[in-house]
Design a protein around this ligand. Structure first.
Ligand code: GN1
Ligand code: MG
Length: 372
């Protein structure tokens, strides 16, 4: 069973000319299929990681609910004429299924490729950052009339920071913690820094969940993973045309999305660097992303929403660091890791970024205040 044979199950027309492995994702396995003689030149073939997404059929259903809603809405209320927006399409198998389960149990699906567009792991300019923010604002605005009951929670606990802390504690102090000690974690430089970093921030993790429980923040349809490289940019106009990677479209707080967009868009060193001295939160990029976002989001954000923006930006960077670090301690069971300390290195980047956000709290808060 190889990707080429699997691709045949989704191929609309034409012949497969090439299949290349796309290595940027941390969870699913992704391939770019190039076709000869077809109307669409490419499509995306993915093997869903069913250890993470244990109900992949529900993921596909959410994508359908999401895209039907957005397409209908765009037909009724098109974006301004100078703006183009694409919703990735799920490709069907000949018998009309939107996924294919291989004899070995692996779960495959195919999605249309946004042609003549590209994404970047880091912000290329302030105007790129502003477009990324515009894209997220547009994404949220297009969903602001979709009742959350229509979307399933396909990844329970996703972005619930106190839950990640509890899991981390279970790894550190639970029944298997002995095994951890014998793996010699202390040998890895940076572990002590991370342990201390988390200890000092225990009281921060519940800030958004507390606000949600107090009914200050409400659930809305969100993307769940709007990092900068999920925003597709038109290669000719340099404008944002789509947000891809729709697996985590679920009910959530827009704050998770805003935090994720800023933590990924304002760090010019990217997520994968090992040069921690280059990791910094750039407020000018934060301003650009927020101004793009708010140009579309002003109509639905409440005063409480604004009050928690800074907390969200700090928390989501910290949360991702905690998720990477906990996975490092647990033996790399969640995020794909290329080497032993990969998730530790990723954690160090996010913690360094969180620290940079904290050290610029006054400035970031004042730019939010200025824009609201
Ligand atoms: C994971 O696989 P990918 O790269 O789309 C993760 C996100 C993280 C991201 C960090 C379902 O996304 O939450 O922010 O890595 N997705 C899931 O790069 O856990
Ligand atoms: Mg993703």
């Amino acid at each position: 069973l190889n990707e080429a044979t699997i691709a045949e199950h989704f191929k609309p027309q034409g012949n497969t000319a090439d299949i290349s492995h796309v290595t940027t994702g941390n969870i699913n396995k992704t391939f770019l299929v190039t076709l000869n003689g077809a109307e669409a030149k490419h499509f995306i073939l993915q093997r869903i990681n069913t250890d993470v997404f244990t109900q992949p059929e529900l993921v596909m259903r959410n994508i359908r609910v999401f895209s039907d809603h957005v397409r209908a809405r765009l037909t009724k209320n098109p974006l301004p004429e100078n703006r183009h927006w694409e919703v990735p399409r799920v490709l069907h198998t000949p018998n009309g299924q939107d996924f294919w389960v291989a004899p070995d149990g692996s779960f495959w699906r195919a999605i249309s490729f946004v042609e003549d567009a590209q994404s970047f792991n880091t912000a290329q300019s302030e105007s790129h950052a502003q477009e990324v923010g515009w894209a997220l604002g547009t994404f949220h605005a297009l969903l602001d009339d979709l009742p959350i009951e229509r979307l399933a929670d396909t990844l329970p606990g996703f972005h619930i920071a106190p839950g990640y802390l509890a899991k981390y504690d279970a790894t550190l102090f639970g029944p298997n913690s002995q095994a951890l000690a014998t793996r010699g974690e202390a040998l890895f430089s940076g572990v002590d820094f991370c342990l201390k970093f988390v200890e000092e921030r225990r009281s921060l993790v519940s800030v958004l969940e507390d606000a949600k429980a107090a009914k200050k923040l409400k659930l809305r349809p969100i993307h769940g993973d709007p990092k900068i490289n999920n925003v597709m940019m038109d290669t000719r106009t340099d404008r944002a045309v789509s947000i891809i990677d729709l697996d985590t479209v679920t009910p959530g707080l827009v704050h998770y999305d805003i935090g994720d967009c800023l933590r990924s868009g304002c760090n010019l060193a990217g997520e994968e660097t090992t040069d921690l001295s280059s990791v910094r939160f750039e407020p000018a990029l934060g301003r650009a992303i927020l101004s793009g976002y708010l140009s579309q989001a002003k109509s639905f954000l409440t005063p409480n929403d604004y009050d928690y923006l800074f907390d969200a930006i700090r928390l989501i960077a910290f949360e991702l660091g905690l998720r990477f670090f906990a996975d490092h301690l647990a033996g790399n069971v969640y995020f794909t890791a290329d080497h032993d300390r990969h998730n530790l290195d990723r954690a160090l980047v996010q913690f360094t970024l969180a620290k940079s956000i904290e050290s610029q709290e006054a400035e970031i808060r004042s730019l939010i205040a200025e824009m609201r």
